[in-house]
Design a protein around this ligand. Structure first.
Ligand SMILES: Nc1ncnc2c1ncn2[C@@H]1O[C@H](COP(=O)(O)OP(=O)(O)OP(=O)(O)O)[C@@H](O)[C@H]1O
Ligand SMILES: [Mg+2]
Length: 323
């Protein structure tokens, strides 16, 4: 048991084997006349720095520019646990993808409307939201779309009306595909559609998972946050089996990481142990700058463009484009 585990650890943590092979066959080194040990290879690199996930920090290159847009990858930002950073990640990943020239649609699929508020839209002032698109076939989704202050990012807003949909949809034929029907005409115009789910595994979340190509799971670096993950994975498996065979888990995003605490590090290492490379290299640190951005109604990439938080979400965007 020790052997496979240590192999696995070496794989996950990228450790070099303990007995490094001697530099053999270095060109131009004839016979070592003196018999002295061969000098160390000059280009041998210093041990790679490990990131917070315990894996070597990889440099992810800037993504190539696009010469045309669409069809979009639809990604659901999903975790039934509340306050783990779903909405914050939706806004900032969206804004970062747009910085790389991607056209992005953000869908607020939480009746609390936090995504809309975070983008400076007051949900209670809206006459029409994603709720109307879902429940009324006469409503054109283009009439409900909002341009945001971020170049290349549009918003399909929501408000408390959406909470009625959970009940009303139960009686509908094809109730799980309601969001998919709304998004279908938009997919060709965007490169990414990010759906901000509410903290539940109810019918709205099932709709998001049915409409999605992939799921991103934000996970707070806190012990109890691991508890619900099995249930979430179970729901994803069921949706994949019954409704959406191509649903993929794009990645698990560790959020609210506090590099000063052992606890945060322990949680990450348990998550990496359980989910391996599904865990993004990018980890989002806990910082008061994020609550500030909610008040400002803009993403951290414009509110504090040089901050660690902004850099982290840009790195996440590069990882998401590459996956
Ligand atoms: N990395 C972070 N560091 C500090 N605070 C954060 C961070 N990410 C998010 N927050 C704050 O934590 C709170 C919850 O975040 P957020 O709304 O993104 O979570 P959520 O998962 O969408 O919550 P809900 O389940 O209620 O929809 C917000 O006040 C937000 O500003
Ligand atoms: Mg939210």
């Amino acid at each position: 048991m020790a052997t496979p585990q240590s192999l696995r650890a070496a794989e996950v943590f990228g450790q070099a084997p303990a007995t490094a092979a001697a530099p053999d066959g270095a060109p131009g080194t004839g016979s070592a006349a003196s018999g002295s040990p061969a000098p160390a290879e000059p280009e041998q690199q210093a041990p790679q720095q490990l990131g917070p996930t315990g894996r070597p920090l990889r440099d992810i290159p800037e993504p190539p520019e696009l010469d045309r847009h669409g069809p979009a990858r639809v990604l659901a930002m999903c975790n039934q646990k509340g306050g783990v950073g779903k909405t914050t990640s939706t806004i900032n990943l969206g804004a970062s993808l747009a910085e790389y020239g991607r056209k992005v649609l953000l869908v607020d699929f939480d009746p609390q409307g936090a995504l809309s508020v975070g983008l400076g839209v007051q949900p209670h002032e809206l006459d029409q939201t994603v709720y109307n698109c879902i429940m009324e076939s006469s409503v054109q989704v283009s009439d409900v779309l909002h341009k945001t202050s971020i170049d290349g990012v549009d918003l399909l807003p929501s408000n408390i009306d959406l909470s009625a949909a959970e009940v009303q949809l139960v009686a509908e034929v094809g109730r799980e595909h309601s969001l998919m029907r709304v998004l279908r005409p938009l997919v060709s115009e965007y490169d990414f559609v990010l759906v901000d789910c509410q903290p539940s595994l109810g019918l709205l979340t099932v709709n998001a998972l049915t409409a999605a190509d992939g799921v991103i799971i934000p996970l707070e670096c806190e012990f109890f946050s691991l508890r619900g993950v099995a249930l979430l994975m179970d729901t994803i498996d069921k949706v994949r089996e019954r409704l959406n065979p191509s649903l993929d888990i794009i990645g698990i995003l560790a959020t609210m990481f506090d590099p000063r605490t052992l606890h945060s590090k322990e949680v990450i290492s348990r998550v990496v142990e359980a989910f391996g490379d599904t865990v993004f290299d990018t980890v989002i640190n806990r910082t008061v700058r994020f609550p500030e951005t909610t008040v400002a109604g803009e993403p951290i990439t414009t509110w504090a463009p040089k901050s660690g938080g902004a850099k982290a979400y840009r790195q996440l965007a590069r990882e998401v484009i590459r996956r």
